[in-house]
Design a protein around this ligand. Sequence first.
Ligand SMILES: [Zn+2]
Ligand SMILES: [Zn+2]
Length: 339
Amino acid sequence: MKTRMAVVRTPGAAELVERDVPGPGETGVVIAIRACSICGGDLHIYKGKHPSAPLPMALGHELAGVVTGIGSKVSLVAVGDRVTVEPVIACGECPPCRRGEYGYCDNLSFHYRQGQGALADYFVADERYVYKLPGHLSFEAGALIEPLAVAVHAVRRCNVGLGDGVAVIGAGPIGLLVTAVCKAAGAREIIVGDISAARLETASVMGATRTVDSGKESFVDAVRRETDGRGIGRSFECVGKEETFVQSMRCLCKGGLATVVGIFEEPVIRVPAALFVSQEIIVQGSQGYCRDFDTALGLTDAIDLGRLVSHVFALADVDKALKTALNPAESPVKVVLKP
Ligand SMILES: [Zn+2]
Ligand SMILES: [Zn+2]
C-alpha cells in the first residue's frame, strides 16, 4: 500500500512524495487520514527555521482518521474506529518515562522527525498513542485535539481554577484554545490581546471576557485598568517574541505566574529581570502534553473546535495551504487538509 506524504526540501516549498505504508506489526494501528491541520511548528519547518527539525523534513502531526488495519496484539481499537493520535514517541525505559512523565522522556521523538508526516493519506502509530474520537466530533475537529491538548497542558501547569483572572497574549490557535480551556476551568476574567481584529473576535467566541487590540493600545495598561492597577494573577505568552514575553511579565500582579507557550525564533531576548524580585513573579514554560489527551477529548462538548477551522484544502494543494497559513491577509486560524 502506498501513501502520499508532504515533505519540505527547500524553504518555502512543500511537495508530495510517494511512500510505502509500513505494516502494523504487533502493536501498530494503520489509519486512513481524513483531516490533518497545519501547526505553527509545520510553518517553522516550511520556512526552514525550525530550531530542531532541519530540512528535508516531513510535515504534519495533527490528524484524525479511520482505522484500516491493526497489529496482531492491538486490543484498544478496531478497524473502522474514528481516531486521533498523540504524535509523540517516548522510549518507555528512561527514568522520566518510568515515573510516567513521558513528556520529559530522555529520548523523546516525533513521527515526523522519523520520516512519517501526517499531511498524508495514511499514518501508522503504536496503539498506546491512538485515541477514539467521540461520536459527535467531525474529523476536522478531531485533528485539533492535539493543539487542544497543548492548551490543556499549559492551563494545568498554571493551575487555573474557579474565579481566577488570566491574561492571554496572542490569539493564534494556541492562544484561542488556552482561552477556551481557561473558561472551561472556571476562570472569571479572561483578557486576550492580539493585533488582529478578526482573531480577537474569535477570542470573544472562545471565552474572552475582554479583548485588547495591542496594536492600538498598551496591553499592560489595559490589564492594569481592568484590575484596579494591581495586575492579573496569571498570564499566558502564546506568541514567542520579546515584546510579548515582557508583556506577560508586566501584566502580572505581585506573586503572579506567567506561562510561556510561544515558540521563539530569536534565540536570546531581553527581559526586565528586576520584576522577578520586586514583584516576586514566576515565569514557567509549557511544552506539548503528557496524559492530556483524555482531558482534551472530554472538553470537546464544551469547546467548539470546528469554530477554529478557517480553511480546508485537498492534500494535493499542500503548498497552497501552507502559503495561506502564512498569509495574514487570509486571516488563517486553522488550515486543514483532507486527502
Ligand atoms: Zn501541533
Ligand atoms: Zn523515555
